[in-house]
Design a protein around this ligand. Structure first.
Ligand code: MTE
Ligand code: LUZ
Ligand code: MOS
Length: 752
């Protein structure tokens, strides 16, 4: 079963915000944003813009009817700067004009009177200044301080990880229309309810006046979990003031400049091992670069802690995390949500130990994989293990043979060197904030037998609508063509969690399953009469027919549905699902927050050109825990995409802000992403064979985020290859490993 959007994508018929037919009288917004990263905002000169051709209105902070505030977790983010500016790209004024071009032209005529203040871009400097978004967070398991005293080997060091631009193909955007009750907004958002709340805040309207509609996204990757809010709020404010429809679809460079990215982190680690290379103690401190406002940073920070020991069992852990306020655009959710950064640090610590002890890093990795029943630092016990994917991957791909092949190749090659990196991954599925793990589904069976489903899930390319349609088709025994999954709309489905945490198919799929089963059971009662069955247990639906005791009856689905309607049976259902059995208590920093974990192990092979510093990824081969996939086409696509996105983050994608907080990598000419020529030559996926039951929809585990972290293996593979060329290289743990950094590390400084 392929992704249902396939054909409309290929034909160019899929509708994104910028494709919505415009209503007569539509105006266009454009933002004037801060040219300075930190300063006192004394005044804004809008007169020239106001006099500019086609301009209907210029809006500044004091014009906002409701509150000038869009902060979700903490109210620390004005929609429009007022009195101060905190990052380059911070919206200051909104120009509303008759066309996109005229709005942009006018916005260029605005100037701001700003007294610059010293910007801070380094999270460690912010932490030293005491400038934290929230108080530090900590996980403690066992007693690391005490355990270090008995360790045979102790190593400490520092690891740095850069951010990542989301680069969704569809940029941020929204289209607001005035309605009789309030306002309707088409938004490219992962979180229609989050947009609704932000719009209510800035307009002063109630939630029942505000309708948010989302057809699909041209990618979100976390970048539209929270950060779609601002653009919808801007359109809403302009719509409310002008009483006209207002649209804003950002240009790529506006989007790159004004929106936040994956959080960069800097971390200090200390790792202690015993004689048998068992990790006995781990102490880690994370400095998260949150940017200028809270956004989702505390939740991201928490997931960094949740995944700070990755797939390993470490009995004594102290993990501390600081969310540091800097003068960068507020950083936000990005596939993995802080988890990948936590994992990179322990992988660095293990590699450090391996280097010093003269063993292969995979030896330390393998000896410390978590077993069923082991305790994570947050108190949950592993309901499964990391050893099985490692062993099944090893059996199929022969890790040692791959490593030996690389060594043999290197012995006979002067300037090309190969490296191999193994990367086990363990990722918890559920929002770590327990109340967010709920969803609703609205299912209608129409009298012609067709089925319409609405849920809170947002389709963003990950195939969630295909999976939801499969659920309904499966429960009713219909073909997928008889089911349509409709737009995500806050009038049909209220109080939604964002489509995030890889949990959308689980949560919304489960709610859909419950709704469909409720309708199915009502229909069984009718079928029992029509098909003359003794009990409903004898009945089933398959292939558009009612079956009795395993035999097809003459009663077809459409006849049954119409008959049920004439008997006044309810053919609609609105169902609710909440993940059972999960909890987390921050007062003790313990609990069982995850419905289950996804495990996997990848082996990544690279070849480095040691004259030029360039490299190629030869292969990524993984053994991945799908549970039992309900859609292999979609899930394999998620794994391939996740791997390439993870590789990009670890290798070529480099975000550069200068000391003044100006984004230098502000376009695709200066920010490199993996293209078709730089993706791995080979990606092999081996599904883990397991019959374990889990809370996933149809026992099919989430695939959205976990595969991204296989990309971390490439960093360490490149490092191996560099060491093969220059065994004395000084190799700090500082991702991404760009070709430039590789080149600089291949040769001693004196020869460059
Ligand atoms: N795949 C595509 N094609 N586009 C996306 O934007 N987002 C990722 C992942 N895969 C994304 C994607 C992220 S960050 C998440 S959390 C999950 O999809 C969300 O969808 P799911 O919960 O249905 O897996
Ligand atoms: N979003 C969120 C997430 O709000 N909470 C989470 O735990 C999470 N995890 C992954 C991605 N997005
Ligand atoms: Mo994904 S970072 O949970 O949107």
């Amino acid at each position: 079963m392929k992704n249902l959007d396939l054909k409309s994508h290929v034909r160019g018929e899929s509708i994104y915000v910028d494709d919505i037919p415009l209503v007569q009288g539509t105006l266009f917004a454009c933002v004037f944003d801060s040219p300075v990263a930190h300063g006192k905002l004394n005044g804004i000169n809008t007169a020239d813009a106001e006099a500019s051709e086609g301009v209907v209105r210029v809006i500044i902070a004091k014009d906002i009817v409701g509150e000038n505030q869009i902060g979700g977790i903490i109210p620390d983010e004005p929609l429009l700067a007022d009195g101060e500016v905190h990052f380059q790209g911070q919206p200051i004024a909104i120009v509303v004009a008759a066309s996109e071009e005229l709005a942009r032209k006018a916005a260029k005529k605005i100037t701001a009177d700003i007294d610059p203040l010293e910007p801070v871009t380094d999270p460690r400097v912010a932490a030293a200044n005491g400038d934290l978004i929230v108080p530090p967070k900590k996980f403690i398991l066992g007693n690391a301080d005490k355990a270090f005293l008995d360790c045979e080997h102790v190593f400490e060091g520092k690891a740095d990880i850069n951010g990542q631009e989301h680069l969704y193909i569809e940029t941020q955007g929204a289209y607001a229309l005035p309605t009789e009750t309030g306002i309707k907004i088409y938004s490219s958002t992962q979180g229609p309810t989050a947009v609704q709340r932000a719009v209510c805040k800035v307009t002063g309207m109630s939630m029942h006046q505000v309708e948010i509609e989302t057809q699909r996204l041209g990618g979100g990757f976390g970048g539209k979990e929270d950060q779609a809010n601002a653009w919808a709020a801007i359109c809403a404010v302009a719509c409310q003031i002008t009483k006209r429809p207002v649209k804003y679809a950002l240009h790529r460079m506006e989007d790159m400049r004004m929106t936040g990215k994956r959080h960069p982190y800097s971390a200090d680690y200390r790792i202690g091992l015993d004689r048998d290379l068992k990790i006995v103690a781990y102490d880690v401190t994370f400095y998260q670069n949150a940017g200028a406002a809270c956004d989702l940073s505390p939740a991201v920070l928490e997931r960094t802690l949740f995944h700070c020991t990755n797939s390993y069992y470490v009995p004594n852990v102290t993990a501390t995390a600081y969310s540091c306020r800097t003068n960068l655009p507020p950083n936000t959710a990005f596939r993995g949500f802080g988890g990948p950064q936590g994992m990179f640090v322990i992988e660095s610590a293990i590699t450090h130990a391996a280097d010093k002890l003269g063993v292969d890093r995979s030896e330390i990795q393998r000896r410390n994989l978590i077993s069923e029943g082991d305790e994570f630092p947050y108190g949950q016990l592993a309901e499964s293990d990391a050893i099985t994917t490692w062993e099944q991957g090893d059996a199929k791909y022969e890790f040692l043979r791959l490593q030996q092949e690389a060594h043999e190749f290197n012995a006979g090659s002067k300037y090309l060197k190969k490296g191999v990196g193994i990367m086990p991954v363990c990722f918890g599925i559920s929002f770590t904030k327990t109340p967010m793990n709920q969803a609703r589904s609205l299912v209608h069976v129409y009298t012609d037998g067709s089925v319409a489903v609405s849920t809170g899930a947002v389709e963003m390319g990950q195939g969630v609508n295909t999976k939801i349609a499969q659920v309904a088709a499966d429960v009713f025994g219909l073909s997928i063509e008889q089911v349509k999954v409709h737009t995500t709309n806050t009038l049909r489905i209220a109080n939604t969690s964002p489509t995030a945490a890889s949990a959308a198919a689980d949560l919304n799929g489960r709610a859909t399953e419950i709704a469909c089963e409720t309708i199915r059971d009502r229909l069984f009662e009718v079928a029992k009469i029509l098909a003359e069955a003794e009990s409903i247990e004898q009945l089933s639906f398959k292939g558009g027919y009612v079956w009795r005791n395993g035999d097809r009856t003459g009663l077809d689905w459409q006849t049954l549905v119409m008959d049920a309607h004439l008997r006044r049976v309810n053919l609609s259902e609105h169902a609710h699902y909440a993940t059972p059995g999960i909890n987390f208590d921050w007062s003790t920093a313990k609990g069982s927050p995850f419905a289950y974990h996804v495990y996997g192990t990848a082996v990544v092979g690279v070849t480095v050109d040691c004259l030029r510093g360039r490299y190629e990824v030869d292969y990524v081969k993984c053994c991945h825990d799908f549970g039992s996939s309900m859609n292999t086409a979609v899930d394999y696509g998620q794994i391939e995409g996740g791997i390439v996105q993870g590789l990009g983050w670890m290798t070529v994608e480099e975000i550069v802000y200068d000391a003044n907080g100006k984004l230098r990598s502000n376009a695709l000419s200066t920010y490199k992403v993996p293209d078709i020529y730089s993706v791995p030559k080979e990606i092999v996926i081996l599904p883990l064979e397991t019959d374990r039951k889990n809370l996933a929809i149809f026992n099919s585990k989430a695939t959205g985020e976990p595969p991204l972290m296989y990309g971390i293996g490439a960093y360490f593979a490149i490092r191996e290859a560099v060491k093969a060329f220059n065994p004395n290289a000084e190799l700090p743990f500082d991702a991404p490993f760009t070709p430039e950094k590789v080149l600089m590390s291949l040769y001693p400084a004196s020869t460059c």
